[in-house]
Every structure is written in C-alpha cells, then in structure tokens.
Design a protein around this ligand. Sequence first.
Ligand SMILES: Nc1ncnc2c1ncn2[C@@H]1O[C@H](COP(=O)(O)OP(=O)(O)OP(=O)(O)O)[C@@H](O)[C@H]1O
Ligand SMILES: O=C(O)C1=C[C@@H](O)[C@@H](O)[C@H](O)C1
Ligand SMILES: [Mg+2]
Length: 225
Amino acid sequence: MTKQNPIVLIGFMGVGKTSVGTFLAKKTKVNFCDTDKMITRMEKATPGEIFATKGEAYFRRQETHILEQALKHPGIISTGGGIVEVKRNISLLRKSQATIVYIYGDLPHIMKRLLRNQRRPLVEKSTTREFYQLWERRDQMYRSIADVVVDSTNKRNNIVAAEVKLGVALLERNELTRKEIEDSSRIMALEKEIEHLRAKKLNLESHLINQRFISVIKRGSKRSR
Ligand SMILES: Nc1ncnc2c1ncn2[C@@H]1O[C@H](COP(=O)(O)OP(=O)(O)OP(=O)(O)O)[C@@H](O)[C@H]1O
Ligand SMILES: O=C(O)C1=C[C@@H](O)[C@@H](O)[C@H](O)C1
Ligand SMILES: [Mg+2]
C-alpha cells in the first residue's frame, strides 16, 4: 500500500465503509477521513438531520467540497453511500491519483445491518422495491469507477480490511487484475456462505434428531405405564 496516494472506499450505505476504513487506517497508521463524519462535524448535525432541515442538495454540495479537500492528502477516505450521485464527484475521483475500492455487499446482508443499527434518510423514505432499484443502479456506478472490488458479504471488518489492503497492493504491483482480485474475494465470500449453510444444516439435523429422540422417549414412557 503506497502511503502517498489515498485509498477511497465507496459502496452502498451500511456496507461497512466507515468501520472498515477506521480499522484499516488504525492498522496501517495512516490518516483517516470520513466524508459523513466531516460534514457532521462542520454542520453539527447528522446527514439525516441535514437532509431534513437543509435538503439533500445542500448535503451533496458539502460532500463534494469535503471530497475535493480529502483527495489532496494521503490516507484512507470513507465516503457516503451517495457519493456517486453527483457527476463532479465521479470526475474528481476518476481524475485523482487515489485507488478506488468498491466494498460490495449484497442487499439482504446490507438490509440486515441497516435495520439492526441505524436510521438513514434514504432508507426511511423508500419502499423495498425502490431501495432495491437504488442498490442496483448504484452497484453499476460504483463498479464503473472502482479500481478494486472487495466482496464484504458474511465477512468481519478485519477480513474486509485485509482484503482491501491486499487488493490495492496486488493491483499496484500488477500481480493480479481487477477481475482476479474480485473473483478471489467473491470465492472467499462464497466459502463463508457455505460454512454458514453447513452450520444451519447441522443445526436442523440435530434439532430433528432431538425431536425424534424426544418422541421415541415419550412413546416409550407411555408404553411402560
Ligand atoms: N462486517 C460487518 N459485519 C456486520 N456488521 C457490520 C460490518 N461492518 C459494519 N457493520 C455494522 O453495519 C453498520 C453500518 O456500517 P458503517 O457505518 O461502517 O457503513 P457505511 O458503509 O459507512 O455506511 P454509510 O454509507 O451510510 O456511511 C454499522 O452499524 C456497523 O456496526
Ligand atoms: O446513500 C446515501 O445517499 C447516503 C449515505 C450516507 O452515507 C450519508 O451520506 C447520507 O445518509 C446519504
Ligand atoms: Mg459511513
């Protein structure tokens, strides 16, 4: 990981950009900037509150300004999920020397995290269908500007952070292509999925065995009465 060029984390809201960025910056001892947190500090209000009081357009202007400043310094930059909604942000990112990492997450996993944890403006005002369409549209946009794609599905933040770091290094050294890095990350996500499914299967089987066992004991005890 070159310390001179920033790494920019992009991806859908709730996928873990802030968590992964914080973790990786600490681990690699580089500067960390989170566009949502910077706006929150400047405005003394959360993105949700700014959306409600000053509107989305105002929020997006602040976001562009912060991105522009952040790209001038080395370190890790976590962006808001809507960073790709503004053309100027896309051209800033494309023109910059930064390595852009798309942290991919599939929608069911993202929804689980969002519903468990936080209130975000675009979640509250959308239907499930609209939310899915937003995710699908943005997925294409994130991919169109990403240098590296990491699949975060079913993975802990330390693993995602390690994959970000490795992916950037492998790309810089021309050891793997973007496609190969993405496929390797996807394979690891699928392996995790298989592990989860195996655990679920074992659980169901032991439940079934227990149930059978209990009913056999019950039958046995009735007969012996
Ligand atoms: N790998 C993970 N597994 C499970 N939960 C996670 C993981 N990473 C983050 N979370 C949880 O999901 C929520 C969203 O994470 P985070 O705020 O880092 O997302 P984000 O991508 O920065 O979202 P936004 O685009 O809205 O800023 C948090 O509450 C966090 O604790
Ligand atoms: O997906 C989005 O458009 C947003 C994501 C958050 O990170 C915040 O930047 C804000 O809530 C908007
Ligand atoms: Mg964030």
